[in-house]
Design a protein around this ligand. Structure first.
Ligand SMILES: Cc1ncc(COP(=O)(O)O)c(C=O)c1O
Length: 498
């Protein structure tokens, strides 16, 4: 530290923005450490006396002393009584190499990390799948996103404050892995009344999301390399969750009445489960007919299989009442019902749940306890109050009315501006409209043309296992105002006309 240059270097380092949040003695310590690691201060180099350095830096001597004490404790310097402080001689080249890498100097080629390195085969497969990218901003025509701009935030905040006050000691500790009892009660009451389910609070498992539920299903019900059946086309989140457990996902086609149970009944793959979206099939929006629901349940009962029923957005049904869920019809307890608050409330909440056959409650709860313990207590208890006080039903009613209007606006705009390009299907519910491209139009090309005007269209092809049977788009409308829908459709039509 003898030269003025090194003192200046140290001063610059102390003021490094990386260290801004730290106390002064910590900044001096970090700066000296960095200079040691970078080789500016070589092993054996003498550090200035604390008094001298304090004067040069214009700080109290204690401040420098504290920095030296820490450097000494960490093994960067040695302090010899009477002769001063020295950079430790034993600091090997590896340690200094670490600093070089921090400075973005490339490690030799044979030591460089490559993406995916060190992962298990399963880890590599998950990495290669690219995960699921959720929409973090509202854009035309984001699929499955609810309107969040008029969520009753003030009511939610008030209830959350009440919960913190009433359950203070309780919420600061761990909660039940199965979920908070008040919320399990509220959900069971809601499902039995509104969804025609037949369940008790003891059958409910509170989770973070549908995807977590599907991940657990795959972990607990399907061995690696064994088959699981899934609707085709179907929800990419489900396919990825099953694949992440190394299950072989086998497609079962869907037609105008939902999952083709004739194909299911003919299945000889040995699969133990089938994943279905009976209320509004994703992405076609069709409702599974009663006849097929009964066939599905009979198949599961007789062959001792499981039905995974994903009831993600049945609350938003615009033509009469939504059909009651399969779980309520299934007296054999072969159905694992999955629900989410991502659509009815808001996706950032991360709250979902399962209704489990009684004998599966413990295995699933144990698996959840291993995975991440439980869902945050405050959120669960706030949601329970939100439901019990009637806010949940009121919000869903208001949103259903709003989405029905927006759906009509989108169908109108498609008819006016995209006539001859796509035919819109008219599913009885849901938060998106499937649009089938006419002959002569390519999905890949239209997606590119839309992207050129800032519209991220969701293609139908990627929802098929293997070759797509139908090209087209899935247009979400629920998070857009009528004006936003109209102007986005006009913009899209203009881009496609070029
Ligand atoms: C078919 C289907 N199930 C479930 C969900 C909800 O997923 P999560 O609860 O993981 O947000 C979605 C969301 O897009 C979906 O499309």
């Amino acid at each position: 530290m003898a030269t003025a240059f090194e003192l200046d270097t140290l001063k610059i380092r102390i003021n490094d923005s990386e260290f801004q949040q730290l106390d002064l003695h910590q900044r001096i310590q970090r700066a000296l450490r960095a200079l040691i690691l970078e080789g500016v201060l070589q092993p054996g180099a003498k550090l200035p006396a604390t008094r001298g350095l304090a004067t040069s830096l214009g700080v109290a001597r204690d401040t420098v002393e504290n920095a030296y004490v820490q450097l000494h404790r960490d093994g960067y310097i040695v302090r010899r009584g009477g002769s001063g402080s020295f950079v430790c001689e034993r600091l090997g080249p590896e340690l200094r190499g670490a600093a070089k890498r921090r400075l973005k100097v490339q490690a030799p080629e044979h030591l460089q990390l490559v993406p995916g390195e060190g992962l298990s085969q399963r880890g590599r497969m998950i990495f290669d799948s690219g995960g699921v990218s959720d929409q973090q901003v509202v854009k035309a025509f984001a699929t499955g996103l609810p309107e969040t701009r008029n969520f009753p935030v003030a009511v939610w905040e008030r209830l959350q404050r009440q919960v913190v006050k009433d359950y203070r000691a309780h919420i600061l500790l761990h909660g039940d892995s199965q979920g908070a009892e008040p919320l399990r009660k509220s959900i069971a009451t809601y499902l039995n009344l509104e969804r025609g389910a037949k369940c008790s609070p003891e059958q409910i498992l509170i989770l973070s999301s549908t995807r977590q539920a599907l991940f657990l299903c795959a972990q607990l019900l399907v061995d690696a390399d064994k088959p699981i059946l899934m609707e085709n086309p179907g929800y990419f989140g489900a396919r990825k969750a099953f694949q992440a457990a190394e299950a072989r996902v086998l497609p079962i086609d869907v037609d105008g009445a939902g999952l083709r149970t004739d194909v299911l009944l003919a299945d000889r793959s040995g699969a133990q489960c089938v994943y279905v979206t009976p209320s509004h099939q994703y992405p076609t929006g069709v409702t599974l007919s009663l006849e097929r629901r009964l066939a599905l349940i009979a198949w599961a009962a007789q062959k001792r299989k499981w039905i995974i029923e994903d009831d993600y957005d049945s609350e938003f049904h615009y033509e009469g009442q939504p059909t009651a869920c399969v779980q309520g019809l299934d007296t054999y307890h072969r159905t694992l019902y999955v629900g989410t608050f991502s659509k009815t409330l808001y996706p950032g909440l991360r709250m979902g749940y399962m209704v489990l056959p009684p004998e599966l409650v413990k295995p699933f709860t144990y698996a959840r306890s291993v995975m991440d313990g439980h869902t945050p207590q405050t959120l669960q208890l706030t949601l329970a109050r939100f439901m019990d006080d009637g806010h949940y039903n009121a919000h869903v009613r208001a949103m259903r009315k709003l989405y029905a209007e927006r759906r009509a606006v989108l169908l109108d705009a498609i008819g006016t501006h995209l006539n001859g390009i796509v035919t819109a299907l008219h599913p009885p519910g849901g938060l998106q409209i499937p649009c089938l491209l006419h002959a002569g139009w390519s999905e890949a090309d239209t997606l590119k043309q839309a992207a050129s005007v800032g519209i991220q269209l969701s293609g139908l092809s990627r929802l098929y296992a293997g070759e797509a049977k139908q090209e087209g788009w899935l247009l979400g409308y629920s998070s857009l105002t009528a004006h936003e829908i109209e102007s986005a459709v006009r913009r899209l039509a203009k881009a496609l006309a070029q």
